[in-house]
Design a protein around this ligand. Structure first.
Ligand SMILES: [Zn+2]
Length: 261
């Protein structure tokens, strides 16, 4: 079995050096994981890397634009099915994968692990001691969340798998999976604690919390930071660690949150 990485030429604030497209091969058979965005040179780079081996599947971890849109065009060229959790923008799977489903490559099996949080449709893929994590765990940066409760649950989920090595959707491989996952969990807990502290100290609006907790982010990332604060406040509301103060108009305003006594 071999794992090869083909780096997509889409570096950026949210993609690091670019998207890692993986070729997972056993014997003569190859599956492509996360082909990335539709970029002609990247499609050619993947085709060249496959060489004269037999492609068996194109798989996407989730339907975000830096991971999935090249899946259908590439699969058409290779005459193989597209696999993923479900359809999304510029992504139409032929086969829908659920938690626990297996994809055969040669004599090996990739196992889908549903890991919602970064996105509801996110899958990681386990290959014995390895875990391909897409955007659930990224090399070199924290992850943007759609749902903080689901995200933390999914971190515990992959921690329980006990894998040795992580192959992320962006950045370098991680040789100590246990340490990396524990680090992500600790980071989430620290951030949540920090938000509770600043609310306790009087930060009553989303903007106040962003100022206090994400003061280090560049101006062009403030919108993203604001979104992350709202996502984390939703979790704290669900966990009943904060509530809306009297007079706040509801979830759409997210103002005047106070710590529960
Ligand atoms: Zn993503």
């Amino acid at each position: 079995m071999t794992v090869e990485r083909v780096l997509a030429p889409n570096p950026g604030v949210f993609t690091g050096p670019g998207t890692n497209s993986y070729l997972i091969a056993d014997g003569r058979e190859v599956a492509v994981l996360d082909p990335g965005p539709v970029i002609d040179t990247h499609l050619l780079a993947i085709m060249n890397a496959i060489g004269d081996r037999t492609a068996v599947a194109v798989i996407a971890t989730h339907t975000h634009p830096d991971h999935a849109p090249l899946s259908n065009p590439l699969a058409e060229r290779l005459r193989v099915p597209v696999l993923g959790y479900g359809p999304g923008p510029d992504f139409e799977p032929d086969v829908r994968l659920s938690d626990g489903d297996e994809v055969r490559v040669g004599e090996r099996h990739l196992q889908a692990v549903h890991t919602p949080g970064h996105s509801a449709d996110h899958l990681c893929f386990r290959l014995s001691e390895r875990l391909f994590t897409g955007d659930h765990i990224m090399g070199g940066s924290t992850v943007v969340m759609e749902d903080a409760s689901a995200y933390l649950e999914s971190l515990y989920r992959v921690q329980d798998l006990g894998v040795a090595r992580i192959e992320p959707g962006h950045g370098d491989s991680m040789d100590d999976a246990g340490e990396a996952i524990a680090g992500y969990i600790a980071h989430r807990q620290a951030r949540e604690h920090e938000i509770l502290e600043v609310i306790g100290a009087g930060a009553g609006t989303v903007a106040d919390i962003v100022d206090a907790v994400y003061s280090f982010v560049a101006a062009d990332l403030r919108t993203a930071a604001t979104h992350q604060v709202i996502v984390q406040l939703n979790k704290l509301l669900t966990d009943e660690k904060v509530r809306f103060s009297a007079g706040a108009a509801g979830p759409s305003t997210m103002v005047e949150l106070i710590a529960r006594q």
